[in-house]
Design a protein around this ligand. Structure first.
Ligand code: FAD
Length: 297
């Protein structure tokens, strides 16, 4: 029997700790696809220990202060990609408009993980189960990608290209996440189903909506672990927009979501389970957001 010690990094690599974005970009241009950016390392080191990847150059971005910030300005909430999860939790606990993001942040790992891991790392891993993704998708977030050639901003839904695949070129890094300012009346929620308390999602869901009395004025739904990429649910939400919301309308939405998703069976769950729970999860998350938009806690 071959035993694998997953606690050691076997491959040798050169390690860099630049202080500026410019230095990172220079290193990426120099080493190309032989290099990997490392932030908190909570995803990357697992992949290196399991020998899924073995980069010959590691570029640590955690000393770069210009990549770690949370600022609300000019109609946007801007979050540096190297901002740690515990900082996102602390910010969202104060500014309760971003409830779905707050709930996703609090659910991400345990305190040890949130003290190391970053929001950019969660998105750049491009796991279909990344908890921040549904919460950021329902707020119509964008990401800023930077290379030595310049910057570009793309919608988050266009960033994910497949399991562990993104729209980022090898010489680009994510420098910022941008969330449009949220109206005070918006209600949002995030929930996930896991095997044990602190775990990657079997399935996750976020909803953000606005209401005018009993009418749903706007509604965005996104789900994780139901397709190769975290996805916006664009058909189910159309059922409620502009309508008087009641239990039968939400039931219609539940039926639609199971048709819209494309789940697989993997180590965490089965496609069948995911298809069935998607409807139930959506119902729970929708009503939570609905009551919040109406001023309830
Ligand atoms: C015990 C444990 C529990 C976990 N629980 C959860 C959970 O509940 N929910 C969840 O979603 N995840 C969970 N994770 C996964 C992980 O913690 C998160 O995805 C985390 O946010 C990754 O951030 P990081 O800074 O550690 O990324 P890293 O591991 O440093 O990097 C991840 C990937 O992103 C790339 N990268 C990082 N930052 C950038 C950047 N700015 N620009 C370009 N590329 C970049 C790296 O090259 C690498 O490919 C867990 C992990 C562990 C070990």
């Amino acid at each position: 029997m071959i035993t694998v010690n997953t606690r050691i990094l076997k491959a040798e690599f050169e390690y860099f700790t630049p202080n500026t974005i410019k230095e990172v970009l220079h290193l990426l241009d120099q080493y190309g696809s032989d290099a990997n950016v490392i932030a908190g390392g909570t995803d990357l080191l697992v992949r290196m220990k399991n020998e899924v990847i073995s980069p010959s150059h590691l570029i640590n971005i955690m000393k770069i202060s210009e990549m770690s910030f949370i600022k609300a300005e000019e109609g946007w909430l801007r979050i540096g990609a190297a901002t740690k999860w515990h900082e996102v939790v602390e910010f969202c606990a104060k500014d309760r408009k971003y409830t779905a993001l707050y709930e996703a942040s609090c659910s991400l790992g345990k305190v040890q993980v949130r003290n190391m891991a970053t929001i950019g790392g969660n998105l750049c891993t491009a796991s279909p189960a990344a908890d921040s993704a549904p919460a950021l998708l329902v707020f119509n977030s964008r990401v800023k990608l930077t290379s030595a050639q310049g910057e570009r901003i793309i919608n988050l839904e266009d960033f994910f290209k497949g399991v562990n695949l993104t729209a980022m070129a090898p010489n680009e890094i994510m420098t910022e996440i941008q969330i449009p300012s949220i109206n005070n009346g918006m209600g949002s929620a995030f929930m996930k189903i896991t095997r044990v308390g602190a775990d990657i999602s079997k399935i996750s869901c976020a909803v953000a909506l606005e209401r005018q009395g009993d009418i749903c004025a706007s509604c965005k739904i996104a789900m994780g672990a139901v397709a190769p990429v975290p996805m916006k649910i664009d058909q189910a939400n159309k059922i409620v927009i502009g309508k008087k919301v009641d239990a039968s309308l939400v039931e219609e939405m539940e039926k639609k979501v199971s048709e819209e998703i494309n789940p697989i069976t993997d180590i965490r769950s089965t496609a069948e389970y995911r298809r069935k729970t998607a409807a139930i999860l959506l119902k729970d998350v929708f009503w939570k957001a609905w009551h919040r938009a109406g001023g309830d806690k």
